[in-house]
Write a protein that binds this ligand. Structure first.
Ligand SMILES: C[S@@+](CC[C@H](N)C(=O)[O-])C[C@H]1O[C@@H](n2cnc3c(N)ncnc32)[C@H](O)[C@@H]1O
Length: 236
């Protein structure tokens, strides 16, 4: 489905996510509950395994998660051996960032950076260890687990255009040449993601995918989520 064809829903609004994280933050403070793992633990494992196979900790990659929520994916990477000071998450909900900070402290992962940032309008801050030469083209790996899905459900403009239309360009702007964008989605098929991300405007090319269990329904077989990696061509 093209982003323009999706009907807007509350999942595409900041108010919704602010309410979600206010509740989750309360639960965390009261009973230590870390909150929902979007798409389940298996999706975290699969994205971490993909990273271990393609950009292992020995290469010391800089990694940014867009829409990092409670930070589970970044904590998974930290536990898998990635250097905490090379990991960052941004989320436009202040509550998500506070929750992620709280969990980071409890999990002894407080060197993972979490910042408030609206990815559609702002440039995520560089890592504290960054040399300051540029704010863009500094990430080896950009991760998205459910955020592009949420953005695609946001309100459309007067021309009926989805807020997700500028997302692929923003991704490319932040990646180093040769850098990779790894996305897990439940709203789009692999073919739809390829159509949105591999365009002449972005220059991104398909890199690889991750297999998820398939379900068969009404004679059709498919996965409930897809994980696909796209690469920004290296400079020649
Ligand atoms: C479906 S949740 C996924 C959260 C997290 N990635 C996970 O897997 O648990 C989508 C997240 O994207 C965030 N988000 C949505 N639109 C955003 C935007 N424009 N900029 C930054 N974060 C955004 C929401 O606040 C929410 O945390």
């Amino acid at each position: 489905m093209a982003t323009e064809e999706l009907n807007p829903s509350k999942l595409g609004t900041k108010e919704h996510w602010d309410q979600v994280y206010e509740l989750e933050l309360n639960n965390f403070e009261e009973i230590g509950e870390e909150g929902e793992i979007w798409f389940g633990e298996n999706s975290v494992e699969k994205m971490v395994d993909w990273a271990l196979d393609h950009l292992p900790p020995s290469e010391n990659p800089t990694i940014l998660e867009v829409g990092s929520g409670n930070g589970t994916l970044l904590f998974g990477l930290s536990e898998a051996g990635y250097e905490q000071t090379r990991l960052a998450g941004v989320d436009y909900s202040e509550g998500a960032v506070r929750l992620a900070h709280g969990i980071a402290e409890q999990r002894e992962a407080s060197s993972v950076s979490f910042r408030t940032c609206n990815f559609l309008g702002e440039t995520p801050a560089p890592l504290p260890c960054h040399d300051g030469s540029s704010d863009t083209q500094i990430w080896d790996l950009l991760l998205d687990k459910g955020t592009y899905d949420a953005i695609a459900l946001g309100p459309k403009d007067e021309q009926g255009r989805s807020p997700a239309r500028d997302y692929p360009k923003r991704v490319v702007r932040l990646l180093k040449p040769g850098g990779i964008f790894l996305i897990t989605s439940c709203n789009f098929t692999e073919a739809e993601l390829k159509a949105s991300f591999c365009t002449s405007e972005t220059g991104l090319v398909y890199h690889s995918n991750v297999r998820h269990p398939t379900i068969t329904f009404g004679g059709q077989t498919g996965s409930s989520i897809v994980t696909v990696a796209f690469q920004k061509p290296a400079l020649v």
